[in-house]
Design a protein around this ligand. Structure first.
Ligand SMILES: *Cc1c(COP(=O)(O)O)cnc(C)c1O
Length: 458
């Protein structure tokens, strides 16, 4: 009997096979050799079965190469109906922002003044358009809003007290808790009022010579209802001015203008907040603004000037491609209609439920009959996400797949070449079409059908 292993081709022979040169060009010689070696090992281990054929070997190696070069961070289809899904990267960028980001990936005048040829500042970028849109005197960008808040506290209240209402001691998720951020940034938290009610006189009573900052925090991810009150922002502004204490407002999500999303509960806006007289406003770039991850700080020019000189800013430094994407996003807001049309988060949130339902019906997947599963077009409830507008359900539509093990289906959808993420609700796998704009609905339908195919083959 001949041992099939003895007929295995050599590495040198495999490297000369047609097509391998193209692999080497794309993946590099060492990587290709590694995959070929693993393919040889595998075939050797399975000796006896067929597989000594170089074509089979190359097929095994090709799969290995592909699997090993698949990026860890991949594009997914968001069928969750959560528009700003933190686990899925929050806001998808506008095309304009994506293009600006790609353009900025090369050399750019990040810290160079093109006018003088001398050193410029990274923090000059985006400032102008933020001021134009919000009425701020100056603005700077940090790498996220958590950094923005930390920087403000560190600069204005290092070793001093930061007054925060007990009703606003927010945890955003993960490790962002206002009390911890204040302490770690060098401030001393001074809690004011109670969980449900805080008045201006509570703030006034807490102010003394050690007060460095009054911090108003938008409770973006929860609501205190019932016997609840907090002072109007204008009253806090008056108090802060009277006592000469800076007042910062952490807006959280920071929708630029309430009119952008008619029918949605109103949150604070930077323009509104600054118009009332808040000294600094901070908000996220990738929540309702619909841009890249960033923290925007806007307000009083002298205070922004101090923040620019704070050494911590270097640690919170924003990347050039982020600046480019943020500026391109902000520019869309010069015209509110343009913003709603081009900023994906706003567009998805604004789509009428009937339109979503019509898209869900049009793209309804064709499920393989042998899978035993059935699909219905159903009404769903979408959400803003990103910790914004808790409890606010947006009427939406999608597909409900039932009649099978939906946990396995969800897992198989995640395992596909373009992972589809849905949710399980009462023994059905739900795919919300609101967060699958344009051709993504059709791609999701395909992903669903092919996941069911794979399960039926398994
Ligand atoms: C989301 C949020 C933050 C943190 O913002 P990131 O951009 O995620 O760092 C801080 N404060 C509030 C009120 C928030 O809602």
């Amino acid at each position: 009997m001949t041992d099939p292993r003895r007929r295995l081709p050599s590495m040198d022979a495999l490297l000369k096979e047609s097509g391998v040169a193209a692999w080497i060009d794309r993946y590099g010689r060492e990587t290709v050799k590694g995959s070929l070696r693993r393919a040889l090992d595998r075939v050797r281990a399975e000796a006896g079965s067929q597989g000594s054929d170089p074509v089979d070997l190359l097929r095994v190696a090709a799969r290995d190469l592909e699997a090993r070069s698949r990026p860890s961070l991949r594009r997914v289809l968001n069928g969750t109906g959560v528009v700003l899904h933190t686990n899925l990267g929050r806001a998808p960028l506008a095309d304009e922002a994506g293009r600006a980001q790609a353009e900025a990936a090369g050399y750019g005048n990040v810290e160079l003044s093109l006018a003088t040829g001398r050193r410029g500042s990274r923090y000059d970028h985006c400032g102008e358009v933020v001021c134009e849109l919000t009425g701020a005197g100056a603005a700077i960008i940090a790498n996220n809003n958590a950094a923005a808040v930390a920087l403000v506290v560190n600069e204005l209240a290092r070793g001093r007290e930061v007054l925060v209402s007990r009703g606003e001691l927010v945890e955003i998720g993960g490790t962002f808790r206002i009390p911890d951020v204040v302490e770690r940034s060098g401030g001393r938290l001074r809690e004011v009022g109670t969980t449900n009610r805080t008045s201006v006189s509570d703030y006034a009573a807490a102010i003394d010579e050690s007060t460095g900052l009054i911090l108003r925090v938008h409770p973006s991810n929860y609501r205190v209802e019932g016997f609840a009150a907090r002072p109007p922002l204008a009253a806090l502004v008056s108090l802060a001015r009277e006592r000469g204490i800076p007042l910062a407002h952490d807006l959280g999500s920071g929708l630029l203008d309430a009119d952008l999303l008619p029918g949605f509960p109103e949150g604070p806006t930077a323009r509104g907040s600054l118009a009332v007289g808040v000294d600094l406003a901070t908000w996220s770039g990738d929540k309702l603004l619909g841009g890249p991850q960033a923290g925007i700080i806007a307000g009083d020019a002298a205070l922004i000037g101090r923040l620019r000189r704070n050494p911590l800013l270097r640690a919170f430094r924003v990347d050039k491609t982020t600046l480019a994407a943020l500026e391109a996003t902000l520019m869309l807001y010069r015209d509110p209609d343009l913003a709603v049309r081009r900023v994906p988060a706003l567009r998805m949130l604004s789509e009428p439920a009937e339109a979503v339902e019509a898209r869900a019906a049009a793209a309804r997947p064709d499920l393989p009959q042998r899978s035993g599963a059935r699909v219905d077009v159903v009404r769903t409830e979408a959400m803003v996400g990103g910790g914004a507008l808790p409890g606010f359900a947006i009427p939406s539509a999608g597909w409900a797949v039932a009649g099978m093990d939906v946990e396995r289906l969800a897992a198989e959808c995640r395992a596909g070449p373009v992972p589809l993420i849905g949710r399980i609700e009462r023994a059905a796998f739900i795919v919300d079409v609101r967060t699958l704009p344009g051709e993504e609905a059709a791609r999701a339908a395909e992903a669903l059908a092919s996941a069911l195919d794979r399960l039926a083959d398994a």
